[in-house]
Ligand binder design. Structure first.
Ligand SMILES: [Zn+2]
Ligand SMILES: [Zn+2]
Length: 1241
């Protein structure tokens, strides 16, 4: 963003979608952004994280000098050895494992290691969890962090791209491909019947390939810090050794519970490449200083130190918990006293160097890293040293000055602590010292969770007195039971979602970092933190202990109340009108799709008027305005449009364009654009995620099992939409356990089966998403069985079933809609909807695995079921989309039109749109778009295309996006809408930030096409050449080599047109070397090849090079033959399919040209007229200009200054900038096809 120069910034959506830890972002100040009315919050990104987030860094790390020294040595050695060809066995050390019990301080040590790592080395922190313990899971996580510039749809696509560009997958051995597929979870095709049982990591060629891969992709050594490395799976352990062998990554690990490691892991740890360091508690010399650091004081009583020394075992984590619990109990207070007094009282005052990093130390250079804290300076009670503190000068410690001293309460007696030092006891003591109201507040908090918002707390507390609550919160903050989690309430869009506020650097307890909170007038005397809006328990144990103090009844009641709050206040974000979501916990709100009786409508209106909450839902009053009678208006628009199109051909091109714009603006109502939806600012997704996450706990706590089941299913569904597949799978597993445990008390066996079927069906989608087709098929088919409606398996049965379903469909659509449509509701309705949904999922499975007959059946069948309720918008969109795709492929356009009309009626009936419904609309519109493309209706295609693009999100899969965009560009080119083209190209191909070379190649190709067809320049020839020089033949290895072929041919054609014969030979060689498959060459490539060849022929005719002339003529003839054949295949002669008109027009134009240069003028002119005719019919502006230009040239009426206009303007200093293209007149001067010199007279 230009408003924030030199900073990597992004909007909230990018921030959320990035799925990166929050510590890498920070909020920046709002600025006015040109052209963006409501940019929302802007975040700044720093891939190393923000230093101020790491609060502990203010203090030096104590007692780990030996470990840090060893780390520095090892990494120094690793850097030195990295580029050596040969590394001695003893020197090949590329990993350090810190092993020790929990609370020994491994994480802090790892962070310190990263901190002292030189700045030029890239660092990544990776936290593993139990969930990562799947085959190669840990390894993949490390790799995806390594390629940090990714944010594509899935890791797999990233890996596949990365691999495709760093090696030639075509030349790999099957075992190598197999290894890559398994290790990186890719799907490169393997030869049939390939199987491999052995351990491929032992295969030499595989090992070499992987090492080469690492060397190719990581040019410099980088450091990966893996926290909780005990969760590494066995396969990843073996991979780790290979990674270490490559000397490209230095790995730091922290391991808890060494004893529970697997055999493989233990063997790997013994490798000579890994330095093992076992951590114990820190030396007791440091205990006092550590306690001071934790308390933020400069001196503590000697009694306290003694206790710590005897009981802690040197565990920093224990010491931290202990001193904090003392503060919570009020046993420990902090006073400011003169230094002399502290000395006199016998307090221990550690040296300031142990408490505070020096400034130089913070901007650390590893070589300058000072050799801190020798034992002599430890207890320098009489220390004279003066250290200036970082924050401000008031803390400067001078001898004779004051200092902060922790004081133990008189009454305190540590005797009991010595015997029973368990944390629970400490917490209970603290708890007992609280007032009943404070206890109540804590109980409510503990029900809400580790972190909770004040709003929900107030709801549970049911206390009217603001002041009372504030006082209690203030007390709990001051004794450090609670602390601030930091919420941003300045952009408060929902009562159930809290935006995180940036962390306050160096804040001192107690504090509140929340933004946008205010204290009421009667509480001005209380500190700001008393009004903290987003709190958390300082200590997890404190929360669990408090929670357990509640009786079962109390728990039940409070969870129920919390659930009620969530149900009542879960509304769409303000941008989306703050109305109810379509579906929440199984309850559906009316979104306009249910046909209501008049009476019901009246009742509902009365309820709305009465209910105070109706005020919240603004949309209810605004949306019905949209359409009073959708069908009638719709009809009118269609008939209007048809009239206009029929007179379209009579207009001059310039008028035509104006009309196009007019039509587009005017007729856009034909497509419901759902423009009320502000995708950029919508927070509905975040709201739902936050709510479901809490709901599950509350449903369980309140024994609302029916709701629990719904919450699980809806949450899992949401996770799939959000592409968080592991989370979805985990939830489905939990809910399956829950259903099988029979807590729901389903009396009927089939109800249980029905619920299980829903679970399996959803799991099928997860597996589809991860690419495991076989398992997905099993789950989905099993689900259909449980629905008592099994999907036929034999070919014969499929045909029979298809027949039956088709008959039903005809009846439902044409004959007796009332008999089938919208007959069911309630539970039966849901049942049918779920079957339909499963069938849609099966449709996707069948299309992806190429089983046409099955896919057809699934599509038809699903629509039949979906129509039974005719009220589930998301489902209907998918069903209509699928079936339109099916009939489109069969070229049954009439039924497509019928279905499209129905689908659009549905869209118009729909009120509001949920975030989770966007994908469905996207799917539907994309399919309607593709139908119109094939049907040859340019205007309608454009309308749907634009609508889809507006609502298209990053989750739309790449293929669909590309198909859609390529078609849009073709249409826009024919309309000469260059500016629109460029903005689409930039948005979707170039600026995506994706690592996808084929998109980039398409971008350059279309830049060339604009240059070729209009003479206007988006990217100059030399820029395109630079692109090729930089990327090389890697562009040919992308998933779709089509982009590369098109690009090469376009480059070649430019050199030919410009008469740069020598250069053209270079490109010709590239084209030859690119192995274009004859069957795959698209017709557009052929047309451009023929054009180039004919121009070459003319040149050779001028040179009178007979041999070459004969050769070229032969080649051209065979190509025309090929094209002719292609025309036969393509349904161009069907009058309705205008799709191919533009191609055929181009073909005739070149055919005419070929005849003319060979002296057959008469035939040439007749073909040219045909070309003009066709381009008029296809309304293809660009071609029409070209054909008319050519005709003028031949009959001699062309203005001579235009003859070389195109070639003159591709000179680098004479380019026509596309920005100068005048949209109003839309004039272009196309290229003049040269005539042989003896013909010209
Ligand atoms: Zn706060
Ligand atoms: Zn929203």
């Amino acid at each position: 963003m230009m408003a924030y120069p030199m900073r990597t910034t992004c909007d909230k959506e990018t921030f959320l979608r990035s799925k990166l830890a929050q510590e890498y972002f920070r909020l920046v100040e709002q600025k006015y952004l040109k052209g963006i009315p409501k940019p929302g919050p802007i975040y700044e990104f720093n891939k190393f994280g923000w230093p101020e987030r790491l609060n502990g860094w203010r203090h030096p790390l104590l007692g780990r000098n030996e470990e840090l020294r060893k780390y520095k040595m090892t990494i120094q050695n690793a850097v030195n050895q990295q580029n050596q060809k040969f590394t001695r066995y003893g020197d090949h050390k590329y990993a350090i494992a810190f092993i020790g019990p929990s609370m020994v301080g491994k994480t802090r040590l790892l962070e310190e290691c990263l901190h002292i790592t030189p700045h030029y080395i890239h660092k990544e922190k990776i936290v593993l969890t139990e969930e990562n313990k799947v085959n190669f899971g840990g390894q993949q996580k490390i790799m995806s962090k390594g390629f940090h510039n990714w944010n594509l749809r899935s890791d797999r696509e990233n890996f596949e791209n990365m691999i495709r560009y760093s090696m030639d997958t075509a030349s790999l051995k099957p075992v190598q491909i197999h290894a890559i597929n398994v290790i990186f979870d890719c799907r490169f095709p393997l030869p049939e019947q390939f199987s491999y049982d052995g351990d491929f990591l032992k295969n030499y060629s595989v090992r070499q390939l992987l090492i080469d891969f690492f060397k190719y992709n990581f040019t410099n050594l980088w450091v990966a810090a893996i926290l909780e490395a005990q969760y590494t799976d066995d396969e990843s352990w073996c991979m780790l050794l290979l990674i270490l062998e490559s000397k490209m990554i230095f790995i730091l690990m922290s391991i808890t519970n060494e004893k529970q490691l697997s055999e493989v892991a233990r063997n790997c740890l013994k490798s000579n490449m890994i330095v093992n360091m076992r951590l114990n508690g820190i030396d007791r010399w440091y205990h006092a200083a550590l306690a001071c650091q934790l308390l933020d004081v400069q001196a503590i009583p000697a009694d306290l130190v003694k206790i710590i020394e005897s009981a802690s075992g040197g565990m920093p984590g224990w010491i931290q918990n202990f001193v904090i619990s003392l503060i919570q109990r009020g046993v420990l207070t902090v006073v400011t006293v003169p230094r002399a007094e502290a000395v006199e009282s016998g307090a221990i005052i550690p040296s300031p160097t142990l408490l505070q990093r020096s400034e130089a130390d913070i901007n650390i250079q590893p070589d300058l890293f000072p050799n801190r804290s020798s034992y002599q300076s430890m207890y320098s009670i009489l220390s004279m040293s003066v250290v200036s503190r970082l924050d401000d000068s008031q803390h400067t410690v001078h001898d004779g000055d004051t200092l902060q001293l922790a004081v133990l309460a008189e009454s305190n007696c540590f005797d009991d602590l010595k015997t029973d030092i368990s944390m629970d006891a400490v917490i209970l003591k603290t708890y007992d010292s609280l007032t009943p109201f404070e206890k109540m507040l804590l109980k409510c908090g503990s029900v809400l969770g580790e972190v909770f918002s004040r709003r929900m707390l107030l709801h549970l507390l049911q206390s009217d007195s603001n002041r009372k609550v504030a006082q209690a919160v203030s007390k709990l903050f001051s004794i450090r039971v609670l602390e601030c989690e930091g919420g941003d309430f300045t952009r408060d869009t929902s009562p159930v979602l809290v935006h995180p506020a940036p962390t306050m650097p160096d804040a001192k307890h107690p504090y509140c970092a929340c933004l946008g909170i205010r204290s009421p007038p009667d509480c001005q005397d209380l500190p700001m933190y008393a009004f903290c809006g987003y709190m958390k328990f300082r200590h997890t144990l404190f929360r669990t202990t408090t929670y357990e103090l509640l009786t079962e009844n109390q728990k039940h009641e409070m969870h129920a109340r919390a659930l009620l709050y969530l149900e009542r206040y879960t509304r769409r974000c303000k941008g989306c009108g703050a109305g109810c979501f379509i579906k929440l916990l199984g309850l559906r709100s009316d979104d306009g799709l249910v046909v209501e009786s008049e009476e019901l409508k009246r009742t509902r209106a009365q309820i709305c008027a009465l209910s105070a909450e109706a005020k919240l839902s603004v949309e209810q009053s605004t949306l019905p305005l949209f359409m009073t009678d959708p069908t009638s208006l719709h009809e009118i628009q269609i008939s209007n449009e048809q009239k206009q199109i029929s007179s379209y051909d009579l207009l001059e091109p310039a008028d035509r364009r104006n009309l196009n714009q007019y039509l587009l603006m005017h007729n856009n109502k034909l497509v419901r654009s759902f423009s009320s939806l502000e995708i950029g600012n919508c927070e509905c997704m975040a709201i739902l995620l936050a709510v479901y996450c809490q709901m599950i706990d509350h449903c369980r706590g309140a024994d609302e099992y029916e709701k629990l089941y719904e919450a699980y299913m809806e949450y899992a569904d949401l996770c799939v939409i959000n592409l968080n597949i592991p989370q979805a799978i985990r939830l489905l597993f939990e809910v399956e356990e829950f259903i099988k445990s029979n807590q729901l008390n389903d009396k009927l066996e089939w109800v249980k089966d029905y619920r299980l079927a829903n679970i399996y069906s959803l799991r099928g989608v997860c597996l589809l998403e991860t690419g495991d087709m076989n398992e997905a098929r099993k789950q989905l088919l099993y689900a259909m069985q449980l629905y008592c409606d099994p999907f036929p398996t034999s070919k014969h049965a499929v045909r029979f079933c298809d027949l039956r379903v088709s008959v039903n469909q005809v009846i439902a659509l044409y004959i007796l809609p009332n008999l089938f449509v919208a007959r069911n509701s309630g539970f039966v309705g849901h049942f049918y909807e779920n079957i339909a949904q499963t069938l849609n999922r099966l449709y996707r499975l069948f299309t992806e695995s190429g089983e046409k007959a099955n896919a057809n059946l699934a599509a038809k069948w699903s629509l039949n079921y979906a129509l039974r309720t005719n009220s589930n918008f998301r489902l209907l969109c998918f069903s209509y989309g699928n079936i339109i795709a099916t009939y489109r492929q069969k070229q049954k356009f009439r039924i497509c039109l019928k279905l499209k009309k129905r689908a659009m009626e549905l869209c118009y009936r729909k009120r509001g749109l949920d975030a989770i419904e966007i994908h469905a609309v996207c799917h539907l519109y994309t399919n309607i778009f593709l139908f119109y493309v094939e049907y040859g209706k340019k205007l309608e295609s454009l309308q749907f295309g634009f609508s889809v693009m507006q609502i298209m999100t990053n989750e739309t899969d790449l293929n669909t996006r590309q198909v859609l965009i390529l078609w849009m560009l073709k249409f826009l080119l024919s309309e000469l809408r260059i500016h629109d083209m460029v903005s689409i190209m930039r948005d979707f191909f170039y600026m995506t930030g994706y690592y996808d070379l084929s998109s980039e190649t398409w971008y350059y190709f279309y830049a060339l096409v604009i240059l070729l067809d209009t003479g206007y320049c988006v990217e100059s020839y030399s820029t395109c050449e630079q692109f090729y020089i930089k990327k090389g033949d890697a562009i040919l290895r992308s998933k779709t080599p089509e982009a590369a072929w098109n690009f090469l041919v376009a480059m070649w054609l430019i050199t030919i047109r410009a008469g740069a014969w020598e250069r053209s030979i270079l490109w010709e060689d590239k084209i030859r070397a690119s192995n274009m498959d004859k069957h795959d060459i698209s017709i557009m490539i052929l047309v451009r090849l023929v054009e180039g060849l004919i121009i070459t022929l003319v040149n050779e005719m001028n040179n009178r090079n007979i041999k070459k002339i004969l050769l070229l003529e032969k080649a051209i003839k065979s190509m025309f033959h090929d094209m002719n054949k292609a025309c036969d295949h393509a349904p161009i002669y069907r009058p309705r399919v205008k799709l191919f008109y533009s191609f055929v027009a181009r073909y005739f134009l070149l055919f005419a040209y070929y005849h003319v240069i060979r002296g057959k003028k008469q035939r040439g002119y007749s073909y040219l007229n045909k070309a003009i005719d066709l381009s008029k019919q296809a309304a293809h502006g660009t071609l029409l200009y070209w054909a008319e230009h050519t005709r003028n040239h031949w009959i001699g009426t062309l203005n001579p200054k235009f003859e070389h206009y195109w070639t003159e303007h591709i000179e680098p200093d004479n380019l026509l900038e596309y920005k100068d293209f005048d949209m109003e007149t839309g004039k272009i001067i196309p290229y003049t096809l040269p005539l042989p010199s003896d013909l010209e007279k």
